[in-house]
Design a protein. Sequence first.
Length: 345
Amino acid sequence: MRGVLVLAGLLAASFAAPSQAQDSRTFGEWMVVCDNLKTCSAFGFSESASESWIRVSRDAGPGAAPRVSLGLNFFEEPPEGGVWSVHADGRSVLVIDPDEDDGRWTKALDAKDSDILVDAIRDARTLSIQGPGGIKSDISLTGSSASLRFIDAQQGRAGLADALVARGSGQPSAAPAAPALPVVEVPRAAKGGAKSRPPLFIREIAKHEDCDSLGDPNDFPAIWARLGPDLQLWGAICSSGAYNFSYKFFTADNAGRKVAELVFPYADGYGEETGYVTNPDFSPTDLTLSAFEKGRGLGDCGSIIRWAWNGQAFVLVEQSVMSDCRGVSSDDWPTLYRAEVRQAR
């Protein structure tokens, strides 16, 4: 299907990028992603029938502590009650009380337990989540040390006493500050006339050379918003599939003339700019447009992107990604890029 980001191998290689840009690597069975603020997340996954995962995240800057999250997915109803524990090389290191939701449980550890688990990972080869009824899901730690060392290097913590792996005698206060959060200014929500009948170029979108597999217009109505007193945003269904549908977006004046087709950028190294917005959602309050490019129907992999209208174009303000379809909720996907949206008063 056109307009859908190709996910295969998205995080399998690093990309050259300007300063304060995102970076990603794979080490053994682990992957690590750092965004433009040098917040980094390392992921390890299981290869067993019960899909489990671990995420080790850390913000840049002095005083930032590591945060660890765990997840486990079930193909059947999960057992109720019982004791859940985490083991490193067969040794129990934590007892946890997970949060269960729709056949999936997750646990965000507090600072103390996060430190305990990071310490256990540093010298172990295997990590396992064990639960009632003999449930046991192993997470390979092959590549975990290199992933955590990469985070230390990206954040300037190598040789500091609070590094994840590359520890030394340096003071934690010597860690460089995080880069400044970029700011994108957007105009105030525009006032003007009510929505008009879709202009001809929207009604005839099926004739657009890049559109195919059109869905029923009743299921995929045109998207409209006002961007300025004499500037309207129009979106029309252009292609559809089992779990992804893509729109083309245009601006036009109030008379439906001065038509301009829009393009939308991705984070550096993670795709060319696109004329398609997959599973779009527009927010008229802050003039942002979001996309959810699903890698599969469960929505546990893919890319989530958000753009903001700065008065001239839609610019990137957020992108997160998960290339491995392992049941990780989008709430736990690592960010590639983020910026603050600031609206004019």
